[in-house]
Design a protein around this ligand. Structure first.
Ligand code: NI
Length: 255
């Protein structure tokens, strides 16, 4: 069995195709999916979607590129949503330093407000971090007291050194399509050093399909390809990867 711990099932690319996609996923052993919001509206959609589909759970939050557009009461909205029993995490939230992203200070403000919310509602966080790993690690160290409920670095694409720092902070590492890419040498090296007990599987679909589907629309049924890559690198069976990562997801998210 597998869990897709990060997907965007409410994306417009899946409209009209959702039942088919969830069936395809179940057929290959992907029995649970966490669908993620990236702003308040998509978080509401994620919760509604999870309520309507067996085996689907929701993660809610405002990701860094949307943090300059939030309403004053957005934390209040998220807090209300978090009461829904299908909500298993706060995220994706974090920092992004790509050109055109909102300024880092407003990102940090939004990130901190949501880390505080996660602490308050006793849920793990799902971190989005792009080109900001130094700032991210410093920020998390500074606020370590709020990280009691743990979390994961979604779509991990870093080196073994970065993985070490993340593990030291008590976080998990979520591996998706990027970890299967032919040029992902550093991530593959990191996979060798990260204990399987700290690894989660995800697709981030409809984006970032794994090899051999790179560039195509991604969906949760591709999770076994990500597991296969990890199994090959670690010299263990795909079943073992499925079993342990499913247990990890159960422990972290309570699913
Ligand atoms: Ni995502």
């Amino acid at each position: 069995m597998f869990v897709d711990t990060h997907a965007h099932l409410t994306d417009e690319q899946f409209v009209g195709d959702v039942e088919n996609i969830l069936k395809k996923a179940k057929d290959v052993g992907v029995e649970k999916v966490i669908t993620s919001g990236f702003d308040v509206f998509s978080s509401q959609e994620a919760v509604q979607f999870a309520e309507q589909h067996d085996g689907v759970f929701a993660s809610i939050g405002v990701y860094p590129c949307e943090c300059d557009k939030v309403e004053k009461d957005y934390i209040e909205n998220l807090r209300e949503l978090a009461k829904n029993e299908r909500v298993v995490a706060i995220g994706e939230i974090g920092l992004e330093k790509r050109e055109g992203a909102p300024d880092l200070e407003s990102q940090k403000k939004c990130f901190l407000e949501q880390i505080k919310l996660a602490y308050e509602v006793q849920k793990p966080i799902v971190i989005h971090c792009r080109e900001a790993i130094g700032d991210m690690l410093n920020f998390l160290r500074e606020h370590k007291a709020l990280l009691k409920f743990g979390g994961t670095f979604h779509c991990f694409g870093g080196s073994k050194e970065v993985a070490r720092e993340i593990l030291d902070l008590g976080f998990h590492i979520s591996l998706g399509g990027v970890s299967t890419f032919k040029n992902a040498r550093a991530v593959k090296e990191a996979i060798l050093t990260v204990p399987l007990e700290k690894i989660l599987l995800e697709t981030d679909c409809p984006y970032l399909a794994p090899e051999p589907f790179r560039g195509k629309r991604n969906d949760p049924s591709f999770v076994p390809y990500i597991a296969e890559n990890i199994a090959k690198i670690k010299g263990i069976s795909v079943e073992e990867v499925g079993k342990v990562t499913t247990e990890n997801a159960r422990r972290l998210f309570g699913i």
